[in-house]
Design a protein around this ligand. Structure first.
Ligand code: ADP
Ligand code: MN
Ligand code: MN
Ligand code: MN
Length: 359
């Protein structure tokens, strides 16, 4: 197979179109483009897929239209081949004149929020936690490195671990890291997590809509890398009740915070808005998040908002560095679950922090 990888493609590229299906899961298909090289989004034509096979449309009116929004070099095929993240649209009615965003096209709405708040240049950094599954069949979920029957030794030694008795899946985490760098994604780091077989990677700092684009692209690459090993990625927030869950901490700053001109008052005022909107946020911060936000395993309770300096049991942590510099820095929203749509979470944080006015 390796011998086929570097064959001449005779001046044509493969474009792998990627989209979010009706259930919020990634799907992809490929096409050949009669081009030596893709120079801009304009080189990537609109395309469609069978929405009725993606929990997104009926068989009679099955076409979902894809529009390219972000493309990057394909780490698997190399050369000039690309991967293309798309927004999805459906026809408003049978005149086939107007396209409207599909039920999972949250990018469309997040983009509008970011367009309104441009002057604050919002930065995001999301920490995606996930679990590598060796077995993901209907009746058995077995994380990589776990014994065939029962559970591994209690958690404690696995976080940022080294050694074959405590660290499971580094080859996957590292291949993914390199694939992201090759693709030009803003990956800022990786680490082994608290549950064996559980890992994290961070995407950031990214500006506005770029966070969602790079995060979805990185998730796609992670599933592709893992597939090569015959394994699966789970971003379920809580696989086992007594073990560490998976989150997507969302780090956030505005220009005012980075300059530090608003002092701690700026952040305290922002937290008032966060508190007011807590339950609205929780409705958008991932399904099954109530199973994860129990108040233990470094989490805050689901139904109560709090923020605190250096506090990993608060909803929002203010890093001690941010306090030391009198509000110059960022905040960490620890509430989002691992299965969030990053467009939704970055969009609502932007809206709450910058666009909601005091009444
Ligand atoms: P933790 O200490 O919570 O484990 P990580 O190092 O895993 O934090 O992740 C922090 C993330 O925050 C990184 O993606 C980083 O790029 C991002 N980040 C750093 N500075 C800022 C900032 N000023 N605004 C937004 N995000 C930031
Ligand atoms: Mn982290
Ligand atoms: Mn973590
Ligand atoms: Mn964190």
């Amino acid at each position: 197979m390796d011998a086929l990888k570097n064959l001449d493609q005779k001046g044509r590229v493969i474009a792998e179109y990627i989209w979010i299906d009706g259930s919020g899961t990634l799907r992809a298909k490929c096409r050949t483009l009669d081009k030596e090289k893709i120079e801009s989004l304009a080189d990537l034509p609109e395309w469609n897929f069978d929405g009725s096979s993606c929990y997104q449309a009926t068989t009679e009116n099955s076409e979902i239209i894809m529009k390219a929004v972000f493309y990057f070099p394909d780490p698997f095929r190399g050369g000039n081949n690309v991967m293309v993240l798309c927004e999805t649209f459906m026809w408003e009615d049978t005149t086939y004149k107007n396209l409207i965003p599909t039920n999972t096209n949250f990018r469309h709405f997040a983009n509008k929020i970011f367009e309104s708040g441009k002057e604050e240049k919002p930065w995001f950094g999301i920490e995606q936690e996930y679990t590598i599954l060796e077995d993901a069949s209907k009746f058995k979920v077995k994380p990589f490195g776990w014994p065939t029957n029962g559970y591994p030794a209690n958690q404690g030694p696995y976080y940022c671990s080294v050694g074959g008795n405590v660290c499971f899946g580094r080859a996957i985490a590292d291949a993914h890291y390199k694939a992201c760098l090759y693709a030009g994604l803003k990956i800022s780091g990786t680490n082994a997590e608290v549950m064996p077989g559980q890992w994290e990677f961070q995407i950031g700092p990214c500006v506005g809509i770029e966070e969602g684009d790079h995060m979805w692209a990185a998730r796609y690459l992670l599933s592709r890398v893992t597939e090569l090993e015959g394994m699966t990625i789970s971003i379920a927030p809580k696989l086992f009740p007594d073990w560490n869950g998976s989150g997507c901490h969302c780090n956030f700053s505005t220009e005012t915070m980075r300059v530090g001109s608003g002092g701690m008052k700026y952040i305290d005022d922002m937290m008032v808005h966060f508190e007011k909107n807590h339950m609205t946020h929780m409705a958008l911060y991932g399904s099954d998040n109530d199973k994860r936000l129990t108040g233990i395993h470094e989490t805050s309770p689901f139904d109560k908002f709090s923020y605190g300096v250096g506090n990993r049991a608060a909803s929002v942590r203010i890093p001690t560095m941010t306090i030391n510099k009198n509000g110059a820095g960022y905040i960490e929203d620890r509430r989002p679950a691992s299965n969030i749509d990053p467009y939704v979470v970055t969009g609502i944080i932007m809206d709450t922090a910058c666009l909601q006015k005091d009444s």
